[in-house]
Design a protein around this ligand. Structure first.
Ligand code: UD2
Ligand code: MN
Length: 582
C-alpha cells in the first residue's frame, strides 16, 4: 500500500510539474537525471576542488544554468565601439593570473557582451564601393582547440551579426578535440538554443592540429567560398561583401582582410584613423618566419587606389577567403603538417607559384586577439613550426633552401616525413620556380647572396663579425665579434649590398655616435636611405661613408664587440669576406 501511495504521489507530482512547465517525456527525464548529476557534481566539487571530470554526462538544465551564469556576467555596453576596458583592484589581479592560462584577458572577455559594437575601421573610400547583390555564398570555418568560451562565442555572434544572411551559407565550427568541459555538451546546447541552424559543429575525435582541422572543415563545407577564421576574432561591418565580390571577379584570388589587433589585455579594437591609406602586407624571413612589411611603392602605383586589392607576397595564415573548388584544385594543405605553423607560407608560395594570386582586400577588416603564447598543448612537444617549414622549404624553395638551412642547421638532418605527394602536386600543377616568385612577386625582398658585393663570414684574424644571438626581439644591438665558426652560420652571415649596406636580414650596421670612445657599430632596422648606414669596401677596409671611420676589431678580444676608428694601416682594420666579388 505504501508503495502504491508513494508511486501515485510521485506520479501526481510529475504530472503537475509537467503541466506547469509543459515538459516532454524526454525533458522530464533530463530534469530528473539532472538532479542526480547536480548532486554528483556537488560531491565531486567537494572532493576534488573545482574541475569536473569530462566523462560526466551533463544535461540540458545544467547547460542552461551554466550559460545563464555566463550571460549574467555580462555588463551591458562594456567595450562598445571597441574601446579599451581597464579592470581595477582585485579583478585586475585576478585577470592577470588568468592571462597566464589563456594568454589574453579572459576575465574581461567574460564581462563584455557577446555582441558589442565596433568602430567602422574602414577607409572612408570604402563607402563609395558598390557590391553586387548576387555574390557567391560563404562557409565561414572557425577551428579551435581548447579555446576560451566567451571569445569563441563572440566570434560566432560577430560573424552572424555582420554578414548579410543571404551570403552566409553557414558557420562551421571545427572542434579539434578539445577536452575543456565547457566545449563539450554545453557548446552543442548553446548552438541548439541560442544560434540559428546554419551554425554547425563538427568534433574531431583525435587532435588533428590546425592544418588538418581546416581540411576537415573544408570537406564538410557547402558554401561557394571558404573563409577561415581563428576562434578569437570580431569582424567589422561589410567585411564579407568585398571578399566575395573579388572572388566573383577572379576565382584564383586568395584573399585576406586587413587584420586589426584586438588588444590582449584591454580588448580594445585597435586601428589608426589617421593613416587609413596605410596597411601592411605579408613578407617572410630566411629563417622561415612570417613578417609584416609595407606595401612597396610599385604595388601602390599598380593597384591604383588604397582600397583596391593589394598584392601580398605572403599571408599571416589564420584569416583568409578562397573559392571552395579552387582550394582543392590548388592543393588544399599539406596534410602532414602538424599542430601549428608553416602552413601559411606554404599556401602563399604555392598559390603564387602555381598561377593564383594572394591579395589583401582593404575594405574587409577583421580584428584578432594576438596572444603571446599558445594556450594549448603541442602533442609530443615537437617544434612543429620548424618541421612544417622545412617541409614547405623542400617542396617550394628550390636552391634558396640553403638560406633557410643556414638559419636552421638543426633541421638539415631532421626526419620531416615523406614529401612525394607534395612534390607530385607541384609538378602536376606545373608551378613556377621560387626564383620567379622572388623576382615577380617579392622583388623587394633582401636575398643575402644576390645583388651584393660580398657575403658570408667577415673575418679579421681568427674572429668574425657575429650578431651574438641578437636581432630577433631587439630594436637594435651592438655588432659583435666571435671566434669564426668552421662554416658560415646565420649568426655570422653578413652581406655588403650594392647600395653599401652592411647587412644581416633586416638589420643594417650604422654609426649613431661618432664621438663616443670607442665608437660602437649598431645594428638597426635598414632604412634604405644610405646616410649613416652606407659603407664602402676598399683594399680590405670597410669604411663608413658618412663618418669616414673604418670598421676596427682591435678591442674585440676584450669586449666581444667591433668598433669604428680612424682609418689606419692597422691589421685590425682588414676584413676578409668568405665570398666576395671584389
Ligand atoms: C597565426 C595564424 C593562425 C595560423 C598560424 C600559423 C593569424 C591571425 N593567425 O597564428 O591561424 O595560421 O599563424 O600556423 O593569422 N588550433 C587548432 N588545433 C591546434 C592548434 C590550433 O584547432 O592544434 C586553432 C586555435 O584554436 C586557433 C587557430 O587554430 O583558433 C590558430 O591558432 P592560434 O590562434 O594559436 O595561432 P596564431 O594566431 O598565433
Ligand atoms: Mn590566433
Amino acid at each position: 500500500v505504501s508503495l502504491f501511495i508513494c508511486l501515485s504521489v510521485t506520479l501526481i507530482i510529475w504530472s503537475t510539474k509537467r503541466l506547469e512547465n509543459n515538459l516532454s517525456d524526454e525533458e522530464l527525464e533530463v530534469l530528473i537525471t539532472n538532479q542526480r548529476v547536480q548532486k554528483l557534481k556537488r560531491e565531486q566539487q567537494e572532493e576534488v576542488g573545482v574541475v569536473f571530470a569530462k566523462n560526466i554526462l551533463f544535461h540540458n538544465a545544467d547547460y542552461e544554468a551554466e550559460i545563464r551564469k555566463d550571460e549574467a556576467k555580462k555588463v551591458p555596453h562594456l567595450g562598445d565601439n571597441g574601446v579599451a576596458v581597464v579592470l581595477q583592484g582585485e579583478e585586475a589581479k585576478q585577470a592577470e593570473t588568468l592571462m597566464k592560462v589563456e594568454a589574453f584577458n579572459i576575465l574581461l572577455s567574460d564581462k563584455i557582451p557577446y555582441l558589442r559594437t565596433l568602430p567602422d575601421a574602414r577607409n572612408p573610400k570604402c563607402k563609395e564601393l558598390k557590391y553586387d547583390l548576387d555574390l557567391p555564398s560563404a562557409s565561414v570555418v572557425i577551428i579551435f582547440t581548447n579555446e576560451a568560451w566567451s571569445s569563441l562565442i563572440r566570434t560566432v555572434h560577430s560573424v552572424l551579426n555582420s554578414s548579410p544572411a543571404h551570403l552566409l551559407k553557414e558557420i562551421l565550427l571545427v572542434d579539434d578535440c578539445s577536452d575543456r568541459v565547457d566545449l563539450q555538451g554545453r557548446l552543442n546546447y548553446y548552438l541548439k538554443t541560442r544560434l540559428p541552424p546554419k551554425v554547425r559543429l563538427i568534433r574531431l575525435t583525435e587532435r588533428a592540429g590546425l592544418i588538418r582541422a581546416r581540411l576537415a572543415g573544408a570537406r564538410a563545407a557547402v558554401g561557394d567560398v571558404l573563409i577561415f577564421l581563428d576562434a578569437h576574432c570580431e569582424v567589422v561591418q561589410t567585411w564579407l561583401e568585398p571578399l566575395l565580390q573579388r572572388i566573383k571577379e577572379k576565382r584564383s584570388a586568395v584573399l585576406v582582410p586587413i587584420i586589426d589587433v584586438i588588444d590582449d589585455k584591454t580588448l580594445e579594437y585597435m586601428y589608426s584613423k589617421s593613416s587609413l591609406d596605410f596597411f601592411q602586407v605579408g613578407g617572410f624571413t630566411w629563417s622561415g618566419h612570417f613578417t609584416w612589411v609595407a606595401v612597396p611603392e610599385a604595388e601602390q602605383a599598380r593597384r591604383g587606389s588604397p582600397v583596391a586589392p593589394t598584392r601580398s607576397p605572403t599571408m599571416a595564415g589564420g584569416l583568409f577567403a578562397i573559392e571552395r573548388d579552387y582550394f582543392w584544385e590548388i592543393g588544399s594543405y599539406d596534410s602532414q603538417m602538424d599542430v601549428w605553423g608553416g602552413e601559411n607560407l606554404e599556401m602563399s608560395f604555392r598559390v603564387w607559384q602555381c598561377g593564383g594570386s594572394l591579395e589583401t582586400i582593404p575594405c574587409s577588416r577583421v580584428g584578432h586577439i594576438f596572444r603571446s603564447f599558445h594556450p594549448y598543448t603541442f602533442p609530443g612537444g615537437k617544434d612543429t613550426h620548424g618541421i612544417n617549414t622545412a617541409r614547405m622549404v623542400e617542396v617550394w624553395m628550390d636552391e634558396y633552401k640553403s638560406l633557410f638551412y643556414m638559419n636552421r642547421p638543426d633541421l638539415r638532418e631532421r626526419d620531416i616525413g615523406d614529401l612525394t605527394e607534395r612534390k607530385a602536386l607541384r609538378k602536376g600543377l606545373n608551378c613556377k620556380p621560387f626564383k620567379w616568385y622572388l623576382q615577380n612577386v617579392y622583388p623587394d625582398i633582401f636575398i643575402p647572396t644576390e645583388n651584393v658585393a660580398a657575403f658570408g663570414q667577415v673575418r679579421s684574424e681568427r674572429r668574425c663579425l657575429d650578431n651574438l644571438q641578437k636581432g630577433s626581439s631587439e630594436e637594435q644591438y651592438e655588432l659583435g665579434m666571435y671566434n669564426c665558426h668552421p662554416k658560415a652560420t646565420s649568426s655570422q652571415f653578413f652581406s655588403l649590398t650594392l647600395t653599401g649596406e652592411l647587412r644581416r636580414e633586416n638589420f643594417c650596421a650604422e654609426i649613431q655616435n661618432p664621438l663616443a670612445r670607442p665608437v660602437r657599430v649598431i645594428m638597426f632596422r635598414c632604412h634604405g636611405q644610405k646616410g649613416n648606414q652606407e659603407w664602402s669596401m676598399k683594399d680590405g677596409q670597410l669604411i663608413n661613408v658618412q663618418t669616414t671611420l673604418c670598421l676596427d676589431a682591435s678591442d674585440s678580444e676584450q669586449s666581444d664587440k667591433v668598433a669604428a676608428a680612424s682609418c689606419s694601416r692597422s691589421a685590425w682594420q682588414l676584413w676578409r669576406w668568405s665570398n666576395s666579388t671584389e
